[in-house]
Design a protein around this ligand. Structure first.
Ligand code: NAD
Length: 487
């Protein structure tokens, strides 16, 4: 290999510059063929008035090199600053967040001696679509968006990752006992994709017991795939039980670009003291080396790091009261061991074959072709009209709506925070100012958008304040909306 690979590098905030310098020094001594292009992101860019925390020049570098090694940044508190991580992930289409979690028993103290699990987190959808609204003085909402193509891509990525890395099982976490449509879709797609990989065991856990089991018996898990928010929480639990948040790296992978980082933040409490652990960022960099086709260098670095840990050279966060070295001494210790292998830990080997597979993986369609034009009949079945109401009781509201439903629709139910309050609600049910009124087609009538407009007009004429509507559809005859609790 002769040409150096350009990569975009951000030194970040807090401990970022210290751990980035350490990481780049180790990569240089290991013979990594990389050409770093430095960009500024984070606190100083935010405070210079860029609310996204990144400049146009930085985007240009990222879109050209397509590989980003990023140190943690500090998000200033308050003031409407957007999360730069979320912006970068979504703008560059980095849909897969991969976080390996490994315990290094008996050298690093941990509750569990045999953790070796990988969290594959969907990175773009779910509540992180960031679509939030205040609808009434008392009620705000956040839209949870789960899509079939988004689910299919991340789930197939998890199975491909398992196949390529000789892992035996992929587990899915959702909360589809409650969110039957959104999490239900993710689970359904998981079951469909799992059938394409009969050699890999597949199972599913409800998220709450799933995360509890990760904390209790992490050895039961291998690769775990889940929607965005659950993945955010589960991956921190998984990292914490391995001994230190300073240890784990993560990869954010898209079809064209990729970003590699440590999982921890900028640790302002220890910035500038020379005691930060560079290992998390180094592990991110090892994943980057494999991604850019330098698996031998990745192997050299990872084995030298394992040998350093075996030799008991620890930064303060993992020394847990024992003798600790500073970031620079730790870095020198890793460099001294380049070319050596660990004797207690299994030495790591990243192969060129793995890299070829990686390329195949990125070229393979992660979406099944037949789903490109789904043959679906979508029919309007009703409408949920949301009202702001502080004056009428549920009974009064329900009765008023019955009289204005008109010949095309019938009032089916009124709910408040999802619970049925009309007809036949309970006086014990707490209500807010936000009412969901469900109308469906009257017997023998096929509801149209025009009918809905007329209904809204009658609602306005009755001095009721509608704040939004949500159309109800069937898809190939199947209901595409949930029933109200108690409906
Ligand atoms: P943090 O991860 O920065 O720190 C949590 C604790 O872990 C602190 O006690 C810290 O000293 C320790 N720690 C973290 N990394 C360490 C390391 N490498 N070596 C030794 N000890 C380490 O989390 P926080 O304090 O909640 O957040 C600080 C800032 O980082 C915030 O502004 C937050 O928004 C930002 N943040 C950035 C990222 C990112 O850029 N990817 C991720 C998380 C948090």
């Amino acid at each position: 290999m002769t040409n150096k690979q350009p990569i975009t590098v951000a030194r970040g905030d807090g401990i970022g510059p210290e751990i980035m310098d350490a990481t780049l020094k180790i990569l240089e001594h290991a013979g990594a063929m990389i050409e770093p292009e430095f960009i500024d992101i984070g606190e100083k860019v935010y405070l210079a008035g860029q609310s996204a925390g990144i400049s146009d020049d930085a985007w240009e570098s990222l879109r050209r090199t397509k590989v980003f090694l990023k140190a943690p940044i500090t998000t200033p508190q308050g003031g409407g600053y957007k999360s730069l991580n979320v912006t970068i992930r979504k703008t560059l289409g980095l849909y897969a967040n991969i976080r390996p979690n490994v315990s290094y028993h008996p050298f690093i103290k941990t509750r569990h001696s045999n953790v070796d699990l990988v969290i594959v987190r969907e990175n773009e959808e779910d509540l992180y679509a960031g679509i939030e609204h205040q609808q009434t003085p008392e009620v705000v909402q956040c839209l949870k968006l789960i899509t079939r193509p988004g689910s299919e891509k991340i789930i197939r990525y998890a199975f491909e990752y398992a196949k390529k890395n000789n892992r035996n099982k992929v587990t899915c976490f959702t909360k589809d006992n409650i969110m039957k449509l959104t999490d239900g879709l993710f689970h359904k797609v998981f079951d469909e994709v799992a059938k394409e990989y009969p050699e890999i065991e597949a199972d599913h856990w409800i998220i709450d017991i799933g995360i509890a089991k990760i904390a209790d018996t992490p050895q039961d898990f291998d690769v775990v795939v889940m929607p965005n928010l659950y993945g955010d929480i589960a991956s921190d639990v998984a990292a914490q039980i391995t001994g230190s948040v300073g240890l784990a790296g993560s990869a954010n992978i898209g079809d064209q670009c990729a970003m590699f980082e440590a999982i921890h933040g900028s640790a302002p409490d220890i910035a500038g003291q020379g005691i930060a652990n560079p290992s998390g960022l180094l592990h991110g960099a090892i994943m980057m080396l494999v991604h850019i086709g330098q698996p031998q260098v990745a192997t050299r670095v990872h084995n030298a790091w394992l040998k350093t840990i075996e030799d008991g050279v620890f930064t303060k966060d993992i020394a847990k009261g024992g003798t600790a070295v500073g970031s620079q001494e730790f870095t020198e210790a890793v460099i001294e061991r380049l070319g050596q292998e660990p004797s207690t830990f299994e030495p790591v080997t990243y192969s060129t074959t793995g890299q070829d597979d990686d390329k195949v993986q990125h070229q393979m369609p992660l979406l099944a072709k037949e789903r490109a034009k789904p043959d679906v009949v979508q029919e309007l079945d009703g409408v949920d009209v949301f009202l702001l109401n502080n004056t009428l009781t549920s009974e009064e509201l329900g009765q008023k709506l019955e009289t204005i439903a008109g010949p095309e629709c019938r009032l089916v139910v009124v709910t408040n925070r999802g619970v049925k309050v009309y007809p036949g609600g309970f006086p014990e049910t707490f209500t807010t100012d936000h009412w969901r009124c469900r109308f469906q087609s009257a017997e023998g009538h096929q509801l149209t958008n025009q009918d809905i407009r007329h209904l809204l007009q009658r609602i306005e004429e009755a001095n009721l304040n509608w704040i939004k509507i949500e159309n109800l559809y069937t898809f190939n005859g199947e209901r595409g909306y949930s029933l109200g609790q108690g409906q």
